[in-house]
Design a protein around this ligand. Sequence first.
Ligand code: GLU
Length: 296
Amino acid sequence: MTWRALTAALPSPWTTRFAPAPTGRLHLGHVLNAIYVWGIARAHGGRVVLRIEDHDRARCRPEYEVALLHDLAWLGFEPDTLAPPQRDRGARYDQALAALSADGLVYACDCSRRTIAADAPDVPNAELRYDGRCRNHNRGEAATLAQRVRMDDGTESFDDLLLGPQVGAPSLQCGDFLIRDRLGQWTYQFAVTVDDLDQRIDLVIRGEDLLSSTSRQLRLARLLGRVEPSRFLHHPLLRHPDGAKLSKSRGDSGIAELRDAGRSAAEVIGLAASLGGLLGNAGAVTANDVTQFFAV
Ligand code: GLU
């Protein structure tokens, strides 16, 4: 199918987002994601929202945020809109939690990861599923800051723009998941879903490592009142030619390091495109020219 056909069902204009977490420096994985986000948007009538995902207050650092914005600008990827960072969205998240609570969909839980894991079946590589044991404890908000949202049985289906039809059952996969943790921090799943709803994100473009999150985000969005669900596109992750996953520890993925070693922005984008399988050989590609990968 052509990119034109894949994006044809989206509203005009449509909105997507680039949503890095300032928990470290920008690396080639981010650049590949930026290529998809800006490339598809610029080629097919989309607008790009830049959103700083700093919900994890313990791991995010202001200096990473500054560096991230700097590196993105150096590469030449310019957003159309800046979304408020998640640290400024507490009142809205409180309100979303209250709305779910009013519908009887959230409950307090003070189970630790360790207690949950202790009773979980030992399935290799399976995600830890919460069995809902605090569902009927009626602790109220005061007992603990951690809050879970109910995931009743049933499946969520969506048609991934690249991967085709997908189906997931959140109740089997993760069970009732945390929307706020024991420290009072909003979780990734919750913050991203409220933000995608409020910022009217029509198409979420992200790496395949987040594919398993999508069915629960679709469910949560509906519980929060979203009528027209977002569409999703999960793209392949970066690989070394030898098949290994790219990692910072191999010392080859940081944008600042590549820049310091004398690579131009276009060379860095070309490198990410080739490691992501979009380009046969690493060449130089400017941010404006990433549309070439998605033109038809
Ligand atoms: N903030 C996430 C990350 O940096 C991306 C979230 C998403 O695209 O849903 O990995």
